[in-house]
Design a protein around this ligand. Structure first.
Ligand SMILES: [Zn+2]
Length: 183
């Protein structure tokens, strides 16, 4: 699948989080925007294996383990950043903040962890649809998961996912922020 299709699928998967976060607490808006940036910039991360010499294409970076690694690094990193900031200059402000009923560092950590893992999952989903398929459990279980519905360069499928993702992200933003009540 091409960038346009992967991006659309990533936005499609991110949409429920956007709706959930915004409808739960509108103060999460900056977080939701940052999550959108993460989603857009990491949706092709697994295909970095095309440029790396050691790993094979659709190898290690197209697995459940890589998904957990990215989610763990992003979530853990975000948590430590906010937690660390809370112990220094912005001490009192940050440690007094809560989001989604959790301390700010915990909420931000979970948010980026889940968002980071989800964007890799969306990439795997996209490649799973194609004829080439993926081996997401390798090397534990080398079974090839391959829906084989489309070729990766199918223009209609790529365009369709791109449009669906754009519609879903706008809809979940509008519904999550309850913008329609002002129309
Ligand atoms: Zn890929």
């Amino acid at each position: 699948m091409h960038r346009s299709g992967h991006w659309g699928l990533a936005l499609l998967c991110y949409s429920p989080i956007v709706f959930w976060a915004l409808s739960k607490d509108i103060a999460s808006l900056p977080l939701v925007v940052a999550g959108g940036v993460v989603t857009s910039s990491l949706c092709m991360l697994p295909d970095a294996d095309q440029w790396l010499p050691i790993v094979s294409h659709r190898g290690a970076t197209h697995t459940v383990w890589f998904t957990l690694l990215v989610g763990g690094l992003l979530g853990g990193g975000a948590f430590m950043l906010v937690q660390g900031a809370g112990q220094t200059m912005l001490n009192e402000w940050i440690s007094s903040q809560t989001l989604f009923g959790q301390p700010l560092a915990v909420a931000v950590g979970w948010f980026f962890g889940v968002t980071g893992a989800l964007v890799i999952v969306s990439h795997l989903l996209g490649d799973w649809l194609t004829k080439m398929g993926i081996q997401p459990w390798a090397p534990l279980w080398s079974h090839k998961h391959c829906l084989g519905l489309i070729y990766a360069d199918n223009m209609i499928a790529n365009g369709l996912f791109n449009a669906l993702g754009a519609i879903a992200i706008v809809a979940s933003f509008v519904l999550g922020t309850d913008l329609l009540q002002y129309v």
